[in-house]
Design a protein around this ligand. Structure first.
Ligand code: GLA
Length: 753
């Protein structure tokens, strides 16, 4: 049993493999948080609760002279506004009479086998045997508002999920904020790790101490954003890959969000997470329910390496639904960086044919195939082939690609419209913009009102028709701007505060329709690269284009940051030209592939321009990736270097689930004269297993053999896993920046003979 209810003390205990979450119903009926942290196999912790009478922290009326009992100082499971807890609130309602209080008291609970799901929202799913659900009903002291807290306990995955529903059984109320979850931790020595960035430079890690007052990561862009990510870590000061307590929190949501940590007057830390309250205002009529999105919690007692592993496994096994989460994904070529908008059917077929000869399996036609789309100022919304480029329609091109024995993929950007489009001319009211104002433009485009079901029906019909006719095998779903001017013509004035969230619900509804009607399509999310890289999208699509930055060296850092919260199988990564189109940096073809192979791999360049030698290299890369993809996607991923500290080289590793095989990659970031002895310590191997280590060096000439005087010594190292993990492997002396090396590690026998 992973959920226990101690009747006498009214304590709930949620147990996962390595963690425990406890809460209790207090003597006055409030739901107090007790503990979340390292496993305590038995017993309840109600003894932890104590009150001290102090000034300026009042007590509920019922507590009478029990003045130490204060909602302002006790840890809460869900914090509410207006009743004396002055820290950050999760819930804030305005009742019909204008009063703004919500004091939640325990009513009932239910424990059941299996995991709850959330209507209209992505959520972790689990089989009956894999999870248990605890449902707690709380009722407002004075109004017919009820709040239901859901806890999903996935014991084996070391994960607890939380969600919350607000039900209104009386006269209409306004929800001014509805954050999903709160975690009150009675300590003040925590750092918050967040992942900030910008277009083409997503998810850089940043850490800082939580302090009195509030720090937060948030997005008010209508999407999860390039700028911050809805995955954050709270950790013991100085935590590392393998040291320090860490809490990971991921919001399964693709819209504006808030993740905030606050240290209060008593040195306790409150963490809250959910839909960003700015601009949010939801009307809840009698009998209606509002569902806040799910937050995933995981805890590691030894560093964030383990935490990442928990999230990776959970996403692969209990969040992604696509059949491609388990199937080998095709190596693709995408024409965007090769042609941008300027292509013809003939040109695309010739590129595909060429790529096919190299071993590429899927051809993806990117932006520019529809409407009058010769540049980015027109065409969005007109989901019909441009006859000047595709005289035989998408279908005709797809037939030719399929005829080559390749799969066919296509780019779409359903949520957008250009003013210069037939769609906009016919339905100017279908985009987000307020009456009497000119809207903000980004990339020359406006945002369609995804809260409007007519818009979604149009998109489903027009795009769905093309996918069907073309028998598409892959779709890249892009979204190239953020939301502003959030106002819907389909919604009354007093409900405009709902549109930001209704937009996200609309996107999810449309995605659900598409993925359930086209389950064999491999779907890839995208928003100018990684501007909507979140757990919500991964519920619908198993991979997301990680960044518009395809520079291998910059990608090391972007993929490093992304790996904290997301599995490598979710990161679209391509080999592009050198010098790189975003940075001008030159890197070898080998290194570009080494980096892109730590993701859903493909090419994004004109392969027809490759030299004979390069073509041989590409063929080898594709063969290699096909052989190792299962290990890379299905195995465990380890960061071997700290990208923030080590600017000399970067290294990472994949280990098969059975620990029999591993691939290690390292890239030199800064070649040195009179070099130091660089060494990496591997992870995840069997201590007692014996492994053979083969080195492959990547240069422009391909794997380099015998080119430096040390190679022969390292060529085939055989030693125990303990040696590789505790003593490490020597990296070669690199000649030149951005050289890379790969180690293939295979178990040769189980024990020393
Ligand atoms: C976005 C994507 C790119 C490409 C372009 C096309 O920027 O991230 O990969 O598809 O749009 O306009």
């Amino acid at each position: 049993m992973s959920i226990t209810f101690y009747e006498k003390t009214k304590v709930f205990s949620l147990q996962t493999k390595n963690s425990v979450w406890q809460m209790m119903v207090s003597k006055y009926g409030h739901l107090l948080h007790l503990y979340y942290g390292n496993k305590i196999p038995e017993g309840e912790l109600s003894y932890l609760v104590r009150g001290i009478n102090r000034g300026f922290s009042g007590a509920p009326y019922e507590a009478g002279e029990d003045r130490g009992y204060s909602l302002d100082t006790y840890p809460q499971e869900i914090s509410t506004f207006g009743v004396g807890d002055y820290r950050e609130s999760c819930l804030h309602v305005v009742h019909e009479d204008g009063s703004q209080m919500l004091e939640l008291l325990y009513d009932s609970c239910r424990i059941w086998q299996g995991k709850y799901d959330l209507p209209g929202l992505p959520a972790v799913w689990a089989g009956q045997e894999e999870a248990q659900t605890l449902e707690i009903v709380l009722k407002d002291k004075a109004s017919p508002v009820e709040v239901v807290l859901y806890y999903g306990v996935l014991e084996k995955q070391d994960v607890i999920t939380r969600a919350c529903q607000i039900r209104n059984r009386g006269a209409g109320i306004w929800l001014e904020r509805a954050l999903s979850a709160c975690l009150d931790i009675q300590r003040n020595d925590l750092e918050m790790i967040t992942f900030y960035g910008r277009h083409t430079m997503e998810r850089s890690l940043e850490r800082g101490m939580c302090r009195h007052g509030k720090i937060q990561a948030d997005s008010m862009r209508g999407v999860s954003s390039h700028q911050q990510n809805p995955f954050v870590i709270l950790c013991e000061e100085g935590a590392k890959e393998e040291w320090g307590e860490c809490y990971g929190m991921s919001l399964i949501y693709s819209g504006s969000f808030l993740a905030q940590a606050e240290v209060d007057q008593l040195d306790q830390t409150r963490f809250v997470m959910g839909i960003h309250p700015q601009g949010f205002r939801w009307r809840l009529e009698k009998g209606e329910t509002f569902t806040a999105p799910e937050v995933i919690f995981s805890y590691s007692e030894r560093g964030y390496g383990k935490l990442s592993g928990n999230f990776h496994r959970l996403y692969r096994e209990n969040l992604m639904r696509s059949k491609y989460r388990d199937q080998r994904r095709p190596v693709l070529i995408n024409n965007w960086e090769a042609t941008e908008f300027h292509f013809t059917e003939e040109g695309l077929v010739s590129l595909a044919q060429d790529a096919k000869e190299l071993g590429v399996e899927l051809f993806v036609m990117d932006d520019g195939w529809f409407g009058g789309r010769d540049h980015d100022l027109c065409g969005l919304g007109d989901w019909k082939a441009n006859p000047a480029k595709l005289p035989n329609g998408v279908e005709g091109l797809a037939r030719k690609i399929h005829g080559l024995g390749m799969q066919f993929g296509i780019w779409i950007e359903p949520e957008m419209v250009n003013e210069d489009s037939d769609l906009f001319r016919a339905h100017p009211e279908w985009c987000l913009r307020a009456p009497g104002r000119t809207p903000n433009r980004e990339r020359g485009q406006l945002v369609l009102d995804m809260s409007n079901s007519q818009v979604r029906d149009y998109l489903y019909e027009s795009i769905g028709g093309i996918l069907k006719q073309a028998q598409a095998d892959y779709v890249k779903w892009d979204m190239n701007r953020n939301l502003s001017d959030v106002w819907s013509s389909a919604c009354p004035a007093d409900r405009q505060g709902e549109i930001g969230h209704r937009y996200v619900l609309g996107v999810y509804e449309l995605m659900e329709r598409f993925v359930s009607h086209f389950p064999d399509i491999l779907w890839e999310g995208c928003s100018g690269g990684g501007g909507r890289f979140d757990a919500g999208i991964l519920y619908y699509m198993p991979q997301i284009w990680c960044s518009d930055n395809t520079d291998a060296i910059e990608r090391i850092f972007i993929q490093y940051g992304t790996s904290f919260g997301y599995p490598v199988s979710s990161m679209g990564a391509h080999v592009s030209v050198s010098p790189n189109l975003q940075t001008g940096r030159r890197t070898s073809l080998g290194t570009r592939a080494t980096v892109a192979m730590a993701g859903a791999f493909g090419y994004e360049l004109d392969t027809r321009k490759l030299s004979r030698e390069e073509r041989q290299l590409v063929k080898g890369q594709i063969r290699w990736y096909k052989q190792y993809q299962e290990l890379i996607f299905g195995g465990d991923y380890y960061r071997l270097t700290d990208a923030e500290e080590n600017r000399e080289f970067a290294a990472w590793q994949f280990v098969s689930r059975d620990q029999k095989a591993s691939v290690v990659s390292a890239v030199c970031l800064h070649a040195r004269s009179n070099p130091l002895f660089w060494r990496v310590r591997l992870k995840g191997l069997k201590e007692e297993g014996w492994y053979q280590v083969r080195e492959e060096r990547m240069t422009d000439e391909g794997p380099l053999e015998g080119k430096d005087n040390e190679t022969s010594k390292r060529e085939c190292l055989i030693c125990p896993g303990s040696a590789l993990m505790y003593a490490g492997v020597n990296l070669p002396v690199f000649w030149g920046d951005y050289e890379s090396v790969r180690y293939l590690v295979e178990e040769v026998r189980h024990q020393a003979e």
